[in-house]
Ligand binder design. Structure first.
Ligand SMILES: Nc1ncnc2c1ncn2[C@@H]1O[C@H](COP(=O)(O)OP(=O)(O)OP(=O)(O)O)[C@@H](O)[C@H]1O
Length: 267
């Protein structure tokens, strides 16, 4: 039997992808020969030190940048086609909310752009407000919320069109540990309930192991795939999961992999 029979559906595929910034004379090769697939409903994290090209890679997949070489397909199409059909949700490091719009109005924005009437999406937005735990704060303005709550609003807004694919670029890097824990648990819950394919970027090894099904370790100068690690921690993860021997073992192995990938070469 064909081995593809056992594989999940491939959602995103990268083949020999490279990215060079700048003009002749002052070029930076940010990424070189990146090849991997992301399967449907998978949570894949791009992990590596600052400057190894994680954000660039995420932006290429989301069609916010165009690769200098190689090919990216999403559901067998060019990422642009998929973006134009609004099948991507994106959450950045800063929540980028509109200060003059309430929580509810910020979440409604993508739906408004599609010119749906408020009546059509009222229930859907109510559900999202519940999902991110902000139902009581729906009439607040962003400046009345903590940073953690603002990030929750950005998450709800990214989910408002129910996209199958979610890109998350270091969304929790500016948060304190306590708020980060809560939001990581929310993401795990969301993944379980909503069945999204999630591409997550972080510099934090523990965050990557806690959230991911698979971790892609990038090495720097230029950014390459150094190693790919499965994270077999199951789908019922709690804060106690981080105390388990398997979690400790995975962090040790992946830390070693990061160190190897970033050792200075002798060439
Ligand atoms: N628009 C740009 N123009 C020129 N160089 C860029 C541009 N964007 C990124 N780079 C360069 O590409 C490389 C990779 O940057 P990128 O931001 O993707 O790394 P990163 O791993 O996400 O880093 P960090 O964790 O610090 O955000 C860096 O050398 C960066 O300076």
């Amino acid at each position: 039997m064909n081995s593809d029979f056992f594989r999940q559906k491939v959602e995103i595929s990268l083949e020999g992808v490279g990215m060079v910034f700048g003009k002749k004379g002052r070029q930076i090769t940010a990424l070189q020969n990146i090849t991997f697939d992301v399967e449907q409903h998978e949570f894949v994290t791009l992990l590596g030190p600052s400057g190894c090209g994680k954000s660039t890679l995420l932006r290429l997949m989301a069609d916010l940048l165009q690769p200098s070489s190689g090919q990216i397909t999403v559901r067998k199409e060019h990422p642009k086609e998929v973006r134009l059909r609004r099948k991507f949700g994106i959450i950045f490091r800063t929540p980028n909310l509109f200060e003059w719009r309430t929580v509810r109005e910020n979440i409604e924005l993508p739906l408004e752009v599609l010119e749906q009437t408020r009546q059509m999406y009222r229930e859907q937005v109510d559900q999202l407000l519940d999902t991110v735990g902000l139902a009581k704060f729906k009439d607040y303005y962003p400046w009345q919320l903590s940073l953690g709550m603002q990030i929750r609003v950005a998450m709800a807004r990214a989910l408002s069109l129910d996209p199958p694919i979610l890109f998350m670029d270091e969304p929790f890097s500016t948060l304190d540990e306590f708020t980060k824990d809560k939001l990581q648990l929310d993401v795990l819950e969301m993944k379980k309930k909503m069945n999204k394919t999630i591409i997550f970027v972080t510099r934090s090894l523990t965050e990557a192991v806690f959230l991911s099904d698979r971790i892609i370790v990038l090495s720097a100068n230029p950014g390459c795939v150094h190693a790919i690690h499965q994270v077999p921690l199951g789908s019922n993860r709690t804060l106690q999961t981080r105390e388990s021997p398997l979690f400790q073992e995975l962090t040790t192995v992946i830390q070693k992999s990061i160190n190897e990938g970033n050792e200075p070469s002798n060439d």
